[in-house]
Design a protein around this ligand. Structure first.
Ligand code: AMP
Length: 586
């Protein structure tokens, strides 16, 4: 098949935005494509060479493309670069220069799809010393034999800028029309796609055998499954109604979704967008390998950054330090992670996606051996609004975004690739609303572990209630301390330790060690939230709840100049909370 026949379709697609027309162009393209290469044609049309999870990406720098265009057309690099500045689209530039050149070329070997694909593949896979030159050479050899229109699409593809705007679903529509006789069969094709995440593979199967070809598509370990997604509602009442009055509510952890495939002693990790991200998380792989008790399994979990010393959950931004190519070992030490398992899709030959949620969860509980760093997502089954609200506060308190509410109905299967009402997220959007620091009194502490053994892992901090002359807790403070700070904490508090809670301290949290309220530290937090465990402003905003500072961090300032009674007061915290609510509403 000649590459020009694909290019003609690309030109047609580019001239319309109507989905029906695009589908029709694709149908014709697929019908005339030889079956052996239809997968490649599908990938090319998406601007790719493989499904995303292969991790082989096109996207050479424009600079290299400029060189290749110059080489193929005989123009100077400078003139090509100038045109790029003027036109802004490297594809148009390629077309222009190859057009100028082709007026003097008499013989041209027509480009085949196979040759274009194979050359692009070589370009994508070239690495190491000399690879830049090789890429330029390979690209310019293609361009030398290209028509201006072909040059445009080759260069757009190789620089990762094809952007025809053809959605996955439109490709499926085109395939359904071409090989099943009607778009009505798209759901069947979609199912095959959801299970394999590989449009090329679906195209090949359906072009060879029609619907029969995909009927037997099954989940296979090693191929990512398109993830199930959640709808969103902003009131617990609505959510409960929507899921039929009874649900599983789970902590919605604030990390990165991982789809882990365990194949004997090998583990592959896929992101929510189905990229292969195994190399980012060797520690997560180890956890899955050792604590998921099955030979083969596909499980889903949220991977969350935790504080090196205290093990407490950290905000999502911290996890982004793990998204690096180099120094992974070092990042693993600085930014350790915990895994919270929330679904099971497959285990030892059995497809679990077709089973209702409670059955999946039960089996997940059986095969996951919990440890400090790998746990099941925290969950309750409830039909009670109050209980849900309380659970939401606990989740936020623990560093989560909110709750995932899941249907427990018999049809609560794992709907791959679908956003639906079987899962509903309930969260508030948090912004860094607390710009002011607060001065808090240490009223107790928790023993440190690991690197913090021998000192404190966290301090229990309080605000002052002037009216009743008591100190009420607002947070556990474990972040922001330097090694030096940590080393001196025990001496600093030594004289203040008492064997029981101080009579002027109002706390529902049980500290390991209690202090006489005296030492004041400056703290900055992300925001103030409702809290089921802290006593500051208890029952003022909501019956049964207090207020807490979320993600508190020591600024480094010991407020020796302040007595405990000079600390931030309960009223001030309430005012800050109300101001913050106004900001959210605004
Ligand atoms: P969102 O990204 O806001 O649409 O929320 C959905 C995401 O929440 C999922 O893709 C998961 O990464 C994440 N998540 C965290 N905890 C859970 C849980 N217990 N169940 C399902 N998803 C969860």
């Amino acid at each position: 098949m000649e590459y020009s026949s694909i290019v003609e379709v690309y030109e047609e697609i580019s001239s319309t935005t109507k989905r029906l027309e695009i589908t029709e162009y694709l149908r014709r393209l697929f019908e005339k494509t030889p079956k052996e290469i239809i997968d490649k044609v599908v990938y090319l049309t998406q601007g790719k060479l493989y499904p995303d999870y292969y991790g082989i990406e096109l996207g050479i720098a424009e600079k290299l493309a400029v060189k290749a265009i110059a080489l193929a057309s005989g123009a100077t690099e400078k003139s090509v670069a100038e045109e790029l500045n003027r036109l802004g689209d490297i594809g148009e530039v390629a077309s222009l220069f190859i057009g100028k050149k082709s007026q003097v070329t008499l013989f041209r070997e027509p480009l085949t799809v196979k040759r274009v694909y194979e050359t692009l593949d070589k370009i994508a896979k070239a690495t190491g010393e000399g690879s830049q030159d090789l890429k330029i050479k390979l690209l310019s050899s293609l361009l030398s034999d290209a028509t201006p229109a072909e040059a445009k699409y080759i260069v757009r593809t190789v620089t990762g800028r094809l952007r025809l705007g053809v959605a996955d679903m439109t490709i499926l529509d085109g395939l359904a029309e071409a090989f099943c006789g009607s778009k009505d069969f798209r759901p069947e094709l979609e199912r095959a796609y959801n299970l394999t995440s590989d449009l090329g593979m679906v195209a090949k199967a359906v072009s060879e055998k029609g619907l029969e070809g995909i009927k037997n598509f099954r989940i296979s370990v090693g191929k990512p499954i398109r993830p199930m997604l959640a709808e969103r509602l902003s009131s617990v009442e609505e959510i409960l109604l929507k899921v039929g009055g009874r649900c599983v509510a789970e902590y919605k952890y604030d990390g990165e979704r991982l789809q882990a495939h365990k194949i004997q002693d090998k583990v592959l990790l896929f992101s929510r967008r189905l990229e292969n991200i195994t190399h980012h998380y060797p520690d997560a792989c180890e956890l899955i390998k050792s604590n998921v008790k099955a030979s083969e399994a596909i499980v889903e979990c949220e991977c969350v950054a935790v504080n090196v010393d205290t093990g407490e959950m950290m905000p999502f931004q911290e996890l982004m330090h793990r998204r690096r190519k180099y120094d992974i070992e070092e990042a693993m030490k600085l930014y350790p992670v915990s895994l919270f398992m929330f679904d099971l899709l497959y285990v030892d030959g059995e497809d679990y996606t077709v089973k209702p949620y409670l059955e999946r969860r039960k089996r997940l509980e059986e095969i996951v051996e919990e440890s400090e760093r790998i746990k099941l997502s925290k969950a309750i089954i409830t039909s009670d609004i109050k209980e849900l609200e309380k659970f939401f506060e606990e989740a936020v308190e623990a560093g989560c975004e909110g709750l995932m509410i899941k249907s427990v109905s018999p049809d609560s299967i794992y709907k791959a690739g679908a956003r639906g009402w079987l899962w509903i997220k309930y969260k508030r959007d948090y912004q860094a609303l607390l710009t002011d620091t607060v001065d808090l009194v240490a009223v107790g502490a928790f023993h440190g572990r690991g690197k913090r053994a021998g000192t404190y892992g966290a301090l229990l901090m309080a605000v002052y209630d002037k009216k009743n002359d008591v100190f009420k807790t607002v947070c556990k403070l474990g972040s922001g301390f330097t090694d030096e700070d940590l080393a001196k904490l025990p001496t600093m508090f030594k004289e203040l330790i008492i064997p029981h809670k101080h009579p002027r301290v109002d706390s529902e949290v049980e500290a390991d060690v209690w202090f006489v309220p005296k030492i004041v530290l400056e703290v900055i937090g992300a925001e103030i939230t409702l809290s089921p465990i802290h006593t500051a402003c208890k029952n003022i905003v909501r019956e049964g709840s207090g207020l807490a500072i979320r993600f508190p961090r020591f600024t480094g300032k010991y407020r020796d100049d302040k007595a405990a009674e000079d600390a931030t007061t309960e009223e001030e915290i309430l005012e800050m909370y109300q101001r913050q609510l106004k900001k959210i509403e605004a």
